[in-house]
Design a binder for this molecule. Structure first.
Ligand code: KG4
Ligand code: ZN
Length: 330
Protein backbone atom coordinates (compact mmCIF):
# COMPACT_ATOMS: atom_id res chain seq x y z
CA UNK A 1 0.00 0.00 0.00
CA UNK A 2 1.04 3.59 -0.61
CA UNK A 3 0.03 6.25 1.90
CA UNK A 4 -0.47 9.59 0.15
CA UNK A 5 -0.43 13.02 1.80
CA UNK A 6 -1.37 16.32 0.11
CA UNK A 7 -1.43 19.77 1.75
CA UNK A 8 -0.44 22.14 -1.07
CA UNK A 9 -3.32 24.61 -0.65
CA UNK A 10 -6.39 24.66 1.61
CA UNK A 11 -7.41 20.99 1.70
CA UNK A 12 -5.81 18.52 4.10
CA UNK A 13 -5.77 15.21 2.22
CA UNK A 14 -4.65 11.64 2.90
CA UNK A 15 -5.32 8.45 0.95
CA UNK A 16 -4.35 4.81 0.72
CA UNK A 17 -3.81 3.40 -2.77
CA UNK A 18 -2.63 -0.09 -3.75
CA UNK A 19 0.27 -0.69 -6.14
CA UNK A 20 -2.31 -1.80 -8.71
CA UNK A 21 -4.05 1.58 -8.53
CA UNK A 22 -7.03 0.61 -6.38
CA UNK A 23 -8.21 3.49 -4.20
CA UNK A 24 -8.70 2.05 -0.72
CA UNK A 25 -9.49 5.42 0.89
CA UNK A 26 -9.41 9.09 -0.11
CA UNK A 27 -10.03 11.57 2.70
CA UNK A 28 -10.27 15.35 2.24
CA UNK A 29 -10.73 17.79 5.12
CA UNK A 30 -11.76 20.96 3.35
CA UNK A 31 -10.91 24.32 4.87
CA UNK A 32 -13.32 26.17 2.55
CA UNK A 33 -15.48 27.63 5.32
CA UNK A 34 -12.42 28.87 7.21
CA UNK A 35 -11.29 31.01 4.25
CA UNK A 36 -14.70 31.99 2.86
CA UNK A 37 -15.00 35.23 4.81
CA UNK A 38 -11.67 36.42 3.36
CA UNK A 39 -12.76 35.63 -0.20
CA UNK A 40 -9.70 33.45 -0.81
CA UNK A 41 -7.12 31.25 0.88
CA UNK A 42 -5.12 32.90 3.67
CA UNK A 43 -1.78 31.03 3.66
CA UNK A 44 -1.02 31.35 7.38
CA UNK A 45 -4.47 30.13 8.38
CA UNK A 46 -4.18 27.23 5.91
CA UNK A 47 -0.83 26.10 7.41
CA UNK A 48 -2.13 26.22 10.97
CA UNK A 49 -5.21 24.24 10.07
CA UNK A 50 -3.17 21.60 8.23
CA UNK A 51 -1.07 21.22 11.36
CA UNK A 52 -4.16 20.64 13.49
CA UNK A 53 -5.85 18.08 11.26
CA UNK A 54 -3.15 16.27 9.26
CA UNK A 55 -2.68 13.58 11.94
CA UNK A 56 -6.40 12.73 12.30
CA UNK A 57 -6.89 12.86 8.51
CA UNK A 58 -4.11 10.28 8.00
CA UNK A 59 -5.56 8.09 10.78
CA UNK A 60 -8.96 8.35 9.12
CA UNK A 61 -7.53 7.37 5.71
CA UNK A 62 -5.86 4.28 7.21
CA UNK A 63 -9.00 3.34 9.12
CA UNK A 64 -11.25 3.67 6.07
CA UNK A 65 -8.82 1.49 4.10
CA UNK A 66 -8.95 -1.02 6.99
CA UNK A 67 -5.19 -0.75 7.11
CA UNK A 68 -2.50 0.19 9.62
CA UNK A 69 0.97 1.64 9.14
CA UNK A 70 2.20 -1.99 9.05
CA UNK A 71 0.51 -2.31 5.65
CA UNK A 72 2.19 0.79 4.23
CA UNK A 73 5.18 0.11 1.95
CA UNK A 74 5.95 3.71 1.00
CA UNK A 75 4.80 7.24 1.75
CA UNK A 76 3.99 9.68 -1.09
CA UNK A 77 3.73 13.41 -0.54
CA UNK A 78 3.31 16.57 -2.58
CA UNK A 79 6.49 18.68 -2.39
CA UNK A 80 5.20 21.50 -4.65
CA UNK A 81 4.07 23.70 -6.24
CA UNK A 82 1.76 25.37 -3.73
CA UNK A 83 1.75 27.47 -0.57
CA UNK A 84 5.12 26.90 1.03
CA UNK A 85 3.93 26.81 4.64
CA UNK A 86 1.08 24.49 3.76
CA UNK A 87 3.35 22.16 1.77
CA UNK A 88 5.87 21.97 4.61
CA UNK A 89 3.24 20.59 7.01
CA UNK A 90 2.48 17.64 4.72
CA UNK A 91 6.12 17.09 3.78
CA UNK A 92 7.34 17.10 7.40
CA UNK A 93 4.54 14.77 8.46
CA UNK A 94 5.27 12.35 5.62
CA UNK A 95 9.00 12.41 6.38
CA UNK A 96 8.32 11.72 10.07
CA UNK A 97 6.04 8.75 9.35
CA UNK A 98 8.41 7.30 6.75
CA UNK A 99 11.57 7.84 8.82
CA UNK A 100 10.10 6.31 11.98
CA UNK A 101 9.46 3.10 10.02
CA UNK A 102 12.49 3.37 7.71
CA UNK A 103 10.11 3.41 4.74
CA UNK A 104 10.96 4.92 1.35
CA UNK A 105 9.38 8.27 0.46
CA UNK A 106 8.18 9.48 -2.94
CA UNK A 107 8.07 13.24 -3.61
CA UNK A 108 5.27 14.03 -6.06
CA UNK A 109 4.76 17.16 -8.15
CA UNK A 110 1.20 18.37 -7.58
CA UNK A 111 0.62 19.17 -11.25
CA UNK A 112 1.89 15.79 -12.38
CA UNK A 113 -0.50 14.16 -9.91
CA UNK A 114 -3.41 16.06 -11.54
CA UNK A 115 -2.10 15.07 -14.99
CA UNK A 116 -2.12 11.32 -14.25
CA UNK A 117 -5.22 11.12 -12.02
CA UNK A 118 -6.96 9.14 -14.80
CA UNK A 119 -4.50 6.26 -14.34
CA UNK A 120 -6.35 5.35 -11.12
CA UNK A 121 -9.39 3.16 -10.65
CA UNK A 122 -10.97 0.28 -12.51
CA UNK A 123 -10.58 1.74 -16.02
CA UNK A 124 -7.13 3.36 -16.04
CA UNK A 125 -6.01 5.40 -19.02
CA UNK A 126 -2.91 4.09 -20.83
CA UNK A 127 -0.27 6.39 -22.33
CA UNK A 128 0.20 7.96 -24.77
CA UNK A 129 -2.55 10.49 -24.00
CA UNK A 130 -3.20 14.21 -23.93
CA UNK A 131 -4.25 15.85 -20.71
CA UNK A 132 -5.96 19.15 -20.00
CA UNK A 133 -5.19 20.22 -16.44
CA UNK A 134 -7.25 23.17 -15.22
CA UNK A 135 -6.96 24.07 -11.55
CA UNK A 136 -7.03 27.12 -9.31
CA UNK A 137 -3.37 27.92 -9.87
CA UNK A 138 -2.51 26.30 -13.23
CA UNK A 139 -3.97 25.57 -16.64
CA UNK A 140 -2.10 23.63 -19.30
CA UNK A 141 -2.21 20.98 -21.99
CA UNK A 142 0.38 18.20 -21.87
CA UNK A 143 1.42 15.02 -23.63
CA UNK A 144 1.92 11.97 -21.45
CA UNK A 145 4.12 9.36 -23.12
CA UNK A 146 4.85 7.48 -19.91
CA UNK A 147 3.09 7.92 -16.58
CA UNK A 148 6.22 9.18 -14.81
CA UNK A 149 6.31 12.50 -16.67
CA UNK A 150 4.34 14.93 -18.82
CA UNK A 151 5.48 17.39 -21.48
CA UNK A 152 3.65 20.70 -21.55
CA UNK A 153 2.50 21.78 -25.00
CA UNK A 154 0.50 24.85 -24.00
CA UNK A 155 -0.37 26.83 -20.90
CA UNK A 156 -1.99 29.97 -19.60
CA UNK A 157 -0.26 33.27 -20.19
CA UNK A 158 -2.03 34.96 -17.27
CA UNK A 159 -4.82 33.62 -15.00
CA UNK A 160 -5.63 29.95 -14.52
CA UNK A 161 -9.12 28.75 -15.48
CA UNK A 162 -10.01 28.12 -11.82
CA UNK A 163 -8.80 31.58 -10.93
CA UNK A 164 -11.11 32.96 -13.65
CA UNK A 165 -14.00 31.07 -12.06
CA UNK A 166 -13.08 32.31 -8.57
CA UNK A 167 -12.59 35.95 -9.60
CA UNK A 168 -15.78 35.87 -11.70
CA UNK A 169 -17.71 34.49 -8.75
CA UNK A 170 -16.44 37.29 -6.54
CA UNK A 171 -17.62 39.88 -9.10
CA UNK A 172 -21.04 38.20 -9.09
CA UNK A 173 -21.20 38.23 -5.29
CA UNK A 174 -20.97 34.43 -5.01
CA UNK A 175 -18.91 32.67 -2.34
CA UNK A 176 -15.46 31.09 -2.38
CA UNK A 177 -14.49 28.79 -4.08
CA UNK A 178 -16.29 30.24 -7.07
CA UNK A 179 -16.17 27.33 -9.53
CA UNK A 180 -18.85 25.17 -7.93
CA UNK A 181 -21.05 28.27 -7.30
CA UNK A 182 -20.90 29.39 -10.96
CA UNK A 183 -21.41 25.81 -12.15
CA UNK A 184 -24.60 25.63 -10.06
CA UNK A 185 -25.99 29.05 -10.94
CA UNK A 186 -25.18 28.67 -14.67
CA UNK A 187 -27.76 25.87 -14.91
CA UNK A 188 -30.52 28.46 -14.53
CA UNK A 189 -29.03 30.98 -16.99
CA UNK A 190 -28.76 31.57 -20.73
CA UNK A 191 -25.18 30.96 -21.96
CA UNK A 192 -25.81 33.12 -25.03
CA UNK A 193 -27.10 36.14 -23.07
CA UNK A 194 -23.70 37.91 -22.97
CA UNK A 195 -20.96 37.75 -25.56
CA UNK A 196 -17.67 37.39 -23.67
CA UNK A 197 -14.28 37.13 -25.43
CA UNK A 198 -12.92 33.68 -26.26
CA UNK A 199 -9.27 33.77 -25.26
CA UNK A 200 -6.37 34.33 -27.63
CA UNK A 201 -6.63 34.33 -31.38
CA UNK A 202 -3.90 32.53 -33.32
CA UNK A 203 -2.72 29.03 -33.76
CA UNK A 204 -0.93 28.28 -30.49
CA UNK A 205 -2.05 26.11 -27.63
CA UNK A 206 -1.84 28.79 -24.94
CA UNK A 207 -4.70 30.22 -22.89
CA UNK A 208 -5.52 33.69 -21.61
CA UNK A 209 -8.32 34.45 -19.16
CA UNK A 210 -7.55 37.95 -17.88
CA UNK A 211 -9.45 39.71 -20.69
CA UNK A 212 -12.50 37.62 -19.97
CA UNK A 213 -12.47 38.61 -16.31
CA UNK A 214 -12.25 42.29 -17.32
CA UNK A 215 -15.16 41.83 -19.75
CA UNK A 216 -17.28 40.45 -16.91
CA UNK A 217 -16.29 43.40 -14.72
CA UNK A 218 -17.48 45.84 -17.41
CA UNK A 219 -20.72 43.92 -17.96
CA UNK A 220 -21.46 44.01 -14.22
CA UNK A 221 -20.65 47.73 -14.02
CA UNK A 222 -22.79 48.45 -17.08
CA UNK A 223 -25.79 46.71 -15.54
CA UNK A 224 -25.42 48.41 -12.16
CA UNK A 225 -25.53 46.57 -8.87
CA UNK A 226 -29.24 45.69 -8.92
CA UNK A 227 -29.33 44.96 -12.64
CA UNK A 228 -26.33 42.64 -12.36
CA UNK A 229 -27.87 40.87 -9.39
CA UNK A 230 -31.07 40.24 -11.35
CA UNK A 231 -29.11 38.74 -14.25
CA UNK A 232 -26.59 36.76 -12.22
CA UNK A 233 -27.61 33.43 -13.72
CA UNK A 234 -27.25 34.69 -17.31
CA UNK A 235 -23.90 36.28 -16.47
CA UNK A 236 -22.69 33.07 -14.82
CA UNK A 237 -23.85 30.89 -17.73
CA UNK A 238 -22.29 33.14 -20.38
CA UNK A 239 -19.05 33.47 -18.42
CA UNK A 240 -18.78 29.73 -17.88
CA UNK A 241 -19.53 29.13 -21.56
CA UNK A 242 -16.62 31.41 -22.53
CA UNK A 243 -14.17 29.62 -20.19
CA UNK A 244 -15.23 26.17 -21.39
CA UNK A 245 -15.09 27.29 -25.05
CA UNK A 246 -11.55 28.61 -24.55
CA UNK A 247 -10.41 25.36 -22.90
CA UNK A 248 -11.99 23.12 -25.53
CA UNK A 249 -10.84 25.19 -28.51
CA UNK A 250 -7.26 24.49 -27.46
CA UNK A 251 -7.97 20.87 -26.57
CA UNK A 252 -9.48 20.36 -30.04
CA UNK A 253 -6.42 21.89 -31.65
CA UNK A 254 -4.07 19.75 -29.55
CA UNK A 255 -5.92 16.49 -30.29
CA UNK A 256 -5.84 17.22 -34.01
CA UNK A 257 -2.23 18.39 -34.07
CA UNK A 258 -0.76 15.69 -31.85
CA UNK A 259 -2.77 12.87 -33.46
CA UNK A 260 -3.50 11.20 -30.14
CA UNK A 261 -6.79 9.42 -29.65
CA UNK A 262 -7.06 9.80 -25.87
CA UNK A 263 -7.87 12.85 -23.79
CA UNK A 264 -7.87 13.06 -20.00
CA UNK A 265 -9.11 15.90 -17.83
CA UNK A 266 -7.59 16.87 -14.49
CA UNK A 267 -7.63 19.63 -11.87
CA UNK A 268 -10.49 21.21 -9.96
CA UNK A 269 -12.10 22.82 -13.02
CA UNK A 270 -12.46 19.33 -14.53
CA UNK A 271 -15.25 18.88 -11.97
CA UNK A 272 -17.25 21.45 -13.96
CA UNK A 273 -20.41 19.90 -15.39
CA UNK A 274 -20.40 21.87 -18.65
CA UNK A 275 -16.72 21.13 -19.32
CA UNK A 276 -17.28 17.40 -18.71
CA UNK A 277 -20.34 17.24 -20.94
CA UNK A 278 -18.84 19.24 -23.79
CA UNK A 279 -15.47 17.46 -23.63
CA UNK A 280 -17.53 14.31 -24.20
CA UNK A 281 -19.17 15.91 -27.25
CA UNK A 282 -15.79 17.03 -28.61
CA UNK A 283 -14.23 13.59 -28.22
CA UNK A 284 -17.30 11.98 -29.79
CA UNK A 285 -16.95 14.28 -32.78
CA UNK A 286 -13.20 13.62 -33.17
CA UNK A 287 -13.47 9.89 -32.50
CA UNK A 288 -11.30 10.13 -29.37
CA UNK A 289 -11.73 8.43 -26.02
CA UNK A 290 -12.22 10.66 -22.97
CA UNK A 291 -11.25 10.04 -19.35
CA UNK A 292 -13.06 12.34 -16.91
CA UNK A 293 -12.01 11.19 -13.44
CA UNK A 294 -14.63 11.29 -10.70
CA UNK A 295 -14.93 14.85 -9.34
CA UNK A 296 -13.26 13.69 -6.10
CA UNK A 297 -10.12 12.91 -8.13
CA UNK A 298 -10.22 16.25 -9.99
CA UNK A 299 -10.22 18.65 -7.04
CA UNK A 300 -7.23 18.37 -4.72
CA UNK A 301 -6.88 14.94 -3.15
CA UNK A 302 -4.16 12.55 -1.97
CA UNK A 303 -5.27 9.51 -4.01
CA UNK A 304 -3.87 11.17 -7.13
CA UNK A 305 -0.59 11.79 -5.25
CA UNK A 306 -0.28 8.17 -4.10
CA UNK A 307 -1.38 7.07 -7.59
CA UNK A 308 1.33 9.13 -9.32
CA UNK A 309 3.93 7.78 -6.86
CA UNK A 310 3.49 4.30 -8.38
CA UNK A 311 5.40 5.50 -11.44
CA UNK A 312 8.16 7.46 -9.66
CA UNK A 313 11.46 6.52 -8.08
CA UNK A 314 11.20 6.32 -4.27
CA UNK A 315 13.92 7.87 -2.13
CA UNK A 316 15.35 5.44 0.45
CA UNK A 317 15.71 6.35 4.13
CA UNK A 318 17.42 8.67 5.11
CA UNK A 319 18.00 10.41 1.74
CA UNK A 320 14.66 12.24 1.83
CA UNK A 321 15.20 13.94 5.17
CA UNK A 322 16.88 16.89 3.44
CA UNK A 323 14.09 17.26 0.88
CA UNK A 324 12.58 20.74 0.64
CA UNK A 325 9.20 22.00 -0.58
CA UNK A 326 8.98 24.37 -3.58
CA UNK A 327 6.37 27.06 -4.15
CA UNK A 328 6.54 27.46 -7.93
CA UNK A 329 6.80 25.08 -10.85
CA UNK A 330 10.33 25.11 -12.34
O1 KG4 B 1 -7.17 21.44 -8.38
P1 KG4 B 1 -7.82 22.28 -7.34
O2 KG4 B 1 -8.72 21.61 -6.34
O3 KG4 B 1 -6.76 23.10 -6.54
C1 KG4 B 1 -5.63 23.65 -7.15
O4 KG4 B 1 -4.66 22.90 -7.39
O5 KG4 B 1 -5.71 24.86 -7.46
O6 KG4 B 1 -8.64 23.41 -8.14
C2 KG4 B 1 -9.38 24.36 -7.46
C3 KG4 B 1 -10.11 25.20 -8.47
C4 KG4 B 1 -10.81 26.41 -7.86
O7 KG4 B 1 -10.48 27.53 -8.63
C5 KG4 B 1 -12.28 26.04 -8.00
O8 KG4 B 1 -13.12 27.19 -8.15
C6 KG4 B 1 -12.28 25.18 -9.23
O9 KG4 B 1 -11.12 24.40 -9.12
N1 KG4 B 1 -13.47 24.30 -9.30
C7 KG4 B 1 -14.41 24.40 -10.26
C8 KG4 B 1 -15.41 23.46 -9.94
N2 KG4 B 1 -15.03 22.80 -8.79
C9 KG4 B 1 -13.84 23.34 -8.42
N3 KG4 B 1 -14.50 25.21 -11.32
C10 KG4 B 1 -15.58 25.09 -12.11
N4 KG4 B 1 -16.60 24.24 -11.86
C11 KG4 B 1 -16.56 23.39 -10.80
N5 KG4 B 1 -17.56 22.54 -10.57
ZN1 ZN C 1 -4.64 21.07 -7.46
Amino acid sequence: MILGVETSCDDTCAAVVSRAGEICSNVVASQGLLHERYGGVVPEIASRRHLEVVGPVIEDALERARASLDDVGSVAVTDGPGLIGALLVGLSTAKAIAAARRLPLVAVDHLHAHAVASTLGPDPIEPPFLVLVASGGHTFLARVEEPSSHVKIGGTLDDAAGEAFDKGARLLGLGYPGGPAIDQLAREGDPAAFDFPRSLPGTGLDFSFSGLKTALLYAVRGLGERGAHGRRADLAASYQRAIVDALLMRARKALTRERIGRLALGGGVAANSELRRRAGDLCGELGCALWCPDASLCTDNAAMVAGAARFLEPLPYPDYLALDAFARAA
